[in-house]
Design a binder for this molecule. Structure first.
Ligand code: AMP
Ligand code: ZN
Length: 485
């Protein structure tokens, strides 16, 4: 039974889909005006794990993710210009070019990290029509008013504005004022009110649309309401986002959607915590960011990065260090060589007590999934995986794991990898290929040379294996093992 911490109710709840086996899941995507950093990627990796879990449980998931390519203002207080417009000015190219460039970079990084692509990727600029339709409804219901720089949503008119944060309307307004989030927008009535339509200035020519309220561009919050409901319906199952969206962006989405439809918007709100550096958020403004590409250029593999990022619990912060990443690299290599060794296991001996061992494997594998069912407790789930590996290794060393037992473990590992996404299946070759036979002949010849104490010949073969086949040898208690690099 899957339990997830729902920010809306502030407790773990049993997850039950609205429509039997079908799940609608919406992810707040990137604002495409800068190179995404690994902090951003943590959030999308956490969503990837959740999605894989749901699929593993047999649900059919429709995953929608937006790309903000217009309307995300530089300040939460509705002052300042669009981040995309500012980036375009700085880079001397069009907003469209800027957005296209960074969107591609983001999805290339996702691919590198083996993040399953969303079923629907929707760009704000391609859905302005849907946003305007939503505004028409909100306007007809009396939620909108005009202020100095745009049309605003009157949050005092929407009962339950504070339901996601658990704070009263009064308290939220006081907090926003205290945090100096309220800028000096003439005519803005409450600190929590937000721009749904920003008027453009006459010099702004790109990404502006004419409406009956005036020429301009949509507010950032509006796009997520309009696009999520367009593709998933007025009421859907899961909405995710970074923890920084809990205070403003998501309450605003709820207000717009529920005010317009009169229905509940989303059942489960999930918020993932930050990737930190020295305890502080990794962010562009702090200047402490690394991109996926930079990490790879330093010699780390994308799968080590993936493993590191998903190894924490998503609601806790995760502190990034290169030492921690090195550990993850080592861990991934160990997982791969564990699988390769299992595959190489050629011992056909029948063990009498094989049933006990299989039972243990089944229990540990189920333990992995059970821990994930507890609000995606990945650290505990990984502990079960390591216990499974230890159990197998000790059997392999003492009684010799037989071939069918090895297959049972491989099957369990592949199932676990449906969630981890580290590519275990790529480490398994169905049958020793012809080339492997050639290598085996040389390995056997080297063994024979060693037995005859012809160490020169043995060394020669070792060097040849390395040079010609990129094969390294490992002398173990059970004999020699070889591995392709
Ligand atoms: P943005 O493009 O700024 O809208 O950010 C995209 C997503 O990345 C948002 O959901 C943020 O919450 C998330 N994000 C940004 N920085 C971090 C970080 N250091 N750790 C985890 N998630 C982050
Ligand atoms: Zn959003």
């Amino acid at each position: 039974m899957l339990k997830l911490y729902n920010s809306l109710t502030r407790r773990k709840q049993v997850f039950r889909p609205i429509h039997d086996k079908k799940i609608g899941m919406y992810t707040c995507g990137i604002t495409a005006y800068y190179s995404p950093h690994i902090g951003n990627m943590r959030k999308y990796l956490e969503d990837d794990v959740l999605k894989r879990m749901l699929v593993h449980k047999g649900f059919s998931v429709t995953h929608v993710e937006n790309v903000t390519d217009v309307g995300h203002l530089a300040s939460d207080a509705d002052t300042g210009d669009d981040k995309l417009r500012l980036a375009a000015e700085k880079e001397h190219r069009s907003m469209k070019d800027v957005a296209g460039f960074y969107t591609k970079m983001f999805f290339d990084d996702c691919k590198m990290l083996n993040i399953i692509p969303p079923d629907i990727v929707c760009k704000a600029t391609e859905h302005v029509h849907d946003m305007i339709k939503l505004l028409e409804v909100l306007d007809s219901k009396g939620y909108l008013y005009k202020a100095e720089n745009g049309m605003y949503f009157d949050t005092s008119k929407f009962k339950g504005y504070g339901k996601l944060t658990g704070l009263s309307f009064k308290r939220l307004n006081a907090e926003l004022k205290e945090g100096a989030r309220i800028g000096k927008v003439e005519g803005k009535r409450h600190a929590t009110d937000f721009a749904v339509w920003r008027f453009s200035t006459p010099d702004q020519k790109e990404m502006v649309w004419d409406t009956r309220w005036g020429r301009g561009f949509p507010g950032w919050h509006l796009e997520c309401s309009a696009m999520s409901m367009k593709y998933l319906g007025n009421h859907f199952d899961i909405h995710t986002g970074g923890i920084d969206h809990l205070q403003i962006h998501h309450p605003n989405e709820i207000a717009q959607s529920e005010a317009a439809t009169g229905e509940k918007f989303v059942n489960f709100w999930l918020h993932s915590n930050f990737l930190t550096v020295d305890g502080g958020k990794m962010s562009k403004s702090m200047g402490n960011i690394y991109t996926v590409q930079q990490v790879i250029e330093k010699g780390y593999s994308p799968m080590a990065l993936r493993m590191f990022m998903i190894s924490g619990q998503y609601r806790q912060t995760l502190n990034f260090t290169f030492d921690a990443l090195s550990n993850a690299e080592f861990g991934v290599k160990r997982l791969y060589s564990f699988i390769e060794r299992l595959q190489e296991n050629r011992n056909k001996a029948r063990n009498v007590d094989t049933k006990e061992f299989r039972k243990k494997v089944r229990e540990l594998k189920s333990g992995f999934f059970r821990e994930l069912d507890d609000d995606i407790n990945m650290p505990e789930a990984l502990a079960r995986l390591y216990a499974l590996i230890n159990e197998t290794n000790s059997r392999s060393e003492s009684t010799k794991l037989n071939r069918s037992e090895a297959r049972t473990v491989i099957k369990a590992m592949l199932e676990i990898d449906q969630i981890l996404g580290l590519g275990f299946s790529g480490r398994i070759t169905a049958k020793p290929a012809k080339l492997d036979k050639e290598i085996q002949v040389l390995v056997d010849e080297r063994e024979e040379a060693r037995r005859k104490k012809d160490f020169d010949r043995a060394d020669e073969i070792r060097a040849m294996l390395k040079e010609r086949y990129q094969v390294t040898l490992e002398d173990t208690k059970e004999g020699v093992r070889w591995r392709k690099e």
